[in-house]
Design a protein around this ligand. Structure first.
Ligand SMILES: NC(=O)c1ccc[n+]([C@@H]2O[C@H](COP(=O)([O-])OP(=O)(O)OC[C@H]3O[C@@H](n4cnc5c(N)ncnc54)[C@H](OP(=O)(O)O)[C@@H]3O)[C@@H](O)[C@H]2O)c1
Length: 275
């Protein structure tokens, strides 16, 4: 089965492409640097030829409210139009658990708009809502800085490893369309401020993490259960302590760049993340 992965070079996309290929599918990674741009439509007609399924795990390069809304509205509209012309049978999109409860956030208003376009289109679909990735915990600290300290609410969440996200999305992509939302989550619950503190300690990052009842998450106020999945969520296997021992969790190495400028990989990644 030909499965096109939009954002197939990203954190989740690259893992997803590998997993689908391991299971014998023709998985094609689509992103600007493979010649496919969902904002302009470049390369879309070609890459979708004879595709059965499209999985959208792309993300906006900018977190600015207006930019992220424009990204998800434009790219999703273009995708769905080209998919209809190519007679794609299943559109799968990755979104976030609790998206509908987070409309105070510009990023989540953009995800709500993305989901609305998918639900209103003629293409059978599945929307996968995942909880926060373990890989995103440092990025969460980075976007939660107030006066040099990390301010986070003391509320529950149930984060998961990116590898389990990719496995969960792969399972949905090769099955029939749900025409609804399916939730995937990690095996354990934590307090947001406590787990970010543990993650920073594992990175020997000295920043203080303050439990702050007024702290916002991506611009939205959280209550105790806002980020939690429902009872029917499919759970990944990887526990946080196990993930910490894996290569993805280690302190990133400083990579020399051709120009002589050094860039730390996780710094680069966390700048890009918005959810
Ligand atoms: N972070 C979390 O905790 C979390 C939790 C639940 C769900 N999610 C969702 O997971 C999804 C994927 O996140 P991620 O961290 O894997 O993203 P990522 O690593 O930032 O990857 C984004 C991908 O999108 C591609 N892309 C950007 N602009 C594009 C365009 N115009 N046309 C086609 N492709 C484009 C990128 O290609 P280039 O690299 O070439 O730019 C890259 O392959 C997001 O939609 C996010 O909402 C995230």
């Amino acid at each position: 089965m030909k499965i096109v992965v939009i954002g197939g070079t990203g954190l989740i996309g690259s893992k997803l492409v590998s997993k689908l290929r391991e299971h014998g599918h023709e998985a094609v990674a689509a992103a600007p640097n493979t010649g496919v741009n969902t904002l302009t439509g470049e390369g879309l007609a070609e890459v979708l030829k004879s595709a059965s399924v499209v999985v959208d795990v792309s993300n906006s390069p900018s977190w600015d409210d207006a930019a992220v809304l424009k990204f998800f509205e434009t790219s999703t509209s273009n995708l769905l139009t080209y998919e209809a012309a190519a007679r794609v049978r299943h559109h799968v999109a990755l979104s976030v658990v609790g998206t509908d409860r987070l409309s105070e956030s510009g990023y989540f208003r953009a995800k709500i708009a993305q989901e609305k376009l998918i639900k209103e289109s003629s293409i059978p679909y599945s929307i996968v809502h995942a909880t926060q990735f373990f890989e995103f915990l440092k990025g969460l600290a980075d976007i939660s800085m107030v006066d040099g300290k990390v301010h986070l609410p003391h509320v529950l969440f149930q984060p998961m490893a990116a590898d389990d996200v990719a496995s969960g999305v792969a399972r949905i992509a090769v099955g029939p369309p749900i025409n609804g939302i399916v939730e995937i989550a990690g095996p354990e619950q934590f307090r947001v401020d406590e787990l970010v503190r543990r993650r920073l300690a594992s990175l020997r990052d000295p920043r203080d993490v303050i439990a702050d009842p007024n702290a916002l998450y991506s611009g939205a106020k959280l209550s105790e259960g806002t980020l939690l999945p429902g009872d029917n969520a499919r759970l990944g296997e990887t526990r946080f302590e196990t993930w910490l021992t894996q290569p993805a969790a280690q302190i990133p190495s400083v990579q020399p760049q051709p120009t002589g400028i050094a860039m730390v990989t996780e710094e680069k990644e966390s700048r890009k993340k918005a959810s």
